[in-house]
Design a protein around this ligand. Structure first.
Ligand SMILES: Cc1cc2nc3c(=O)[nH]c(=O)nc-3n(C[C@H](O)[C@H](O)[C@H](O)COP(=O)(O)OP(=O)(O)OC[C@H]3O[C@@H](n4cnc5c(N)ncnc54)[C@H](O)[C@@H]3O)c2cc1C
Length: 448
């Protein structure tokens, strides 16, 4: 537990804030919550951030790619000081079948230089550093404390109830930054439980490995990083994908799929992970590594169409709590940070009017709508829904593409035109022409 002086603190901090009134209470010290606390404290507001974990980062899970530019909008030059793992210089995409892999990728030396594009991070380290910045700016951080409910007066939210005795904390505004399962927005009546087809469930392991081995195996220069996103056989026909990201001296390895697919297919997420790691194309990359950490976490799916209202009288909802996640581009951290910044802007404007009503706080939604956040979430709001239940995209099409590559690249004295005809016959043998047209148009509509 830490106080506004940046010093570790005893439980007395929690006791002192109980019953106090602050300008803002932030619930959750993840990326969104800490960014909001940092910006509010920097602007001179009294802010308390309440986190259920023993330390920020201990309850958080992310594949691990944090983007430089959106984070710079919170703390300029952050990456020079923050515990980042490796700048990402290469992004690969693999399409797996049981015994083959088709790949595409992009590598740029520009990404190896300042100002960089993205970094791999481990949240346990990063969130702790980030929270220390917020505390140094003047925010009060209370850890090991669960927020259990909102406090309402005359229909307006005026604070939160924590699990501590006499643990009520009051504020002009509450920011719900409590992640994908946001208890707070449920308690505020903004939404119910997320349906199993509105969330993905992912497991992740951190596998330790020497720097040299990582650089050899992933063909990287010293301290450079790579990502591999892995589709097809990795999810046994379920809507999802796997990944491998390189850290300094470990790999982040994960795989996830829509929760409703796990239920329907009766697949155990742990079994999916073991099967994933044992795939012949992955095994060699992971060989000799030692598993250090194992986690599971939900990811909001569905884009704009599955988002709850993001404001009400006395409360704003940010980041994953508001369902802000763009799975197509593996973006969530940047949406969390950017939404926190817009929430802070809204609060600063509302203070000038001394009006924290829903009407006044609706400015937040207008700012979101005008930003890349809602533009992207609206653009991809059909994606998850379109691919749901269409296992052909995760089984049949990867198989057909791999077969086509196999056919074209196997040198067997067959003329190339005959090979092209064979590929077409294989394709039409598996999928009617009308279905192929429908699928192509469907994918276009879902992704553009
Ligand atoms: C497997 C996986 C891989 C991902 N990979 C990437 C990636 O590579 N790049 C990327 O940009 N995004 C990625 N994401 C998404 C990204 O992790 C999230 O979008 C981001 O963490 C959201 O930040 P947040 O602050 O909104 O929520 P969180 O980081 O989840 O923080 C919520 C915080 O609230 C706390 N909390 C919850 N309830 C309470 C309560 N009642 N009282 C007190 N505290 C509470 C939690 O302990 C937690 O610290 C990934 C997600 C997963 C699951």
């Amino acid at each position: 537990m830490m106080n506004g002086n940046g010093a570790p603190h005893d439980d007395g901090v929690a006791d002192k804030v109980a019953g106090e009134k602050f300008d803002v209470v932030v619930v959750g010290a993840g990326l969104a919550g800490t960014a909001a606390a940092y910006l509010l404290a920097t602007a001179g507001l009294s802010v308390v951030c309440i986190e259920r974990g023993d330390e920020p980062g201990t309850k958080n899970m992310m594949g691990g790619i944090l983007y430089r530019q959106p984070t710079e909008k919170i703390i300029p030059g952050w990456w020079r000081d923050a515990p980042v793992e490796r700048p990402i210089v290469e992004e690969r995409m693999w399409l797996l079948t049981a015994d083959s892999m088709l790949q595409a990728g992009f590598k740029s030396n520009r990404y190896a230089e300042e100002p960089f594009n993205a970094f791999s991070v481990l949240r346990v380290k990063f969130d702790k550093w980030f929270a220390e910045k917020a505390v140094a700016a003047g925010a009060i951080l209370i850890t090991s404390t669960v927020v259990e409910d909102v406090i309402r007066e005359n229909g307006r939210i005026v604070g939160v109830k924590t699990g501590r005795p006499d643990g009520d904390v009051r504020a002009d505004v509450v920011i719900a930054a409590d992640g994908v399962n946001s208890l707070l927005s449920k308690k505020a009546g903004l939404h119910g439980e997320r349906a199993p087809n509105q969330v993905a469930l992912a497991t992740k392991e951190v596998i330790s490995m020497s720097r040299e081995k990582i650089e050899d195996r992933f063909l990287l220069n010293a301290n450079e990083g790579a990502t591999i996103e892995i589709f097809g056989d990795s999810t046994m026909g379920m809507l999802g994908y796997g990944f491998i990201y390189t850290n300094r001296d470990s790999l982040s390895v994960g795989v996830g799929a829509l929760l409703s697919d796990f239920i329907k297919k009766k697949v155990n997420p742990n079994d999916l992970m073991e099967r994933f790691k044992a795939h012949p194309m992955l095994k060699k990359l992971l060989e000799g590594g030692e598993s250090k950490e194992y986690m599971a976490h939900l990811i909001p799916e569905g884009g704009a169409s599955s988002m709850p209202p993001v404001y009400t009288d006395g409360m704003l909802v940010v980041g994953d709590a508001a369902g802000m996640s763009n799975a197509i581009y593996r973006e969530g951290s940047n949406l969390a940070l950017a939404s926190a910044k817009l929430a802070v802007q809204t609060i600063l404007e509302a203070r000038e009017r001394n009006d924290f009503s829903a009407r006044s706080l609706s400015r937040y939604k207008a700012l979101l709508d005008d930003s890349f956040i809602m533009k992207d979430l609206q653009m991809y709001s059909r994606t998850s829904g379109y691919f749901q239940g269409k296992s052909e995209f995760f089984e049949l099409y990867p198989e057909l593409l791999v077969q086509a590559a196999h056919e074209l690249l196997t040198v067997d004295s067959v003329p190339k035109r005959d090979k092209q005809r064979r590929i077409l016959r294989q394709l039409l043998g598996q999928r009617a022409p009308w279905d192929l047209v429908k699928d192509s148009l469907g994918v276009l509509r879902a992704l553009t």
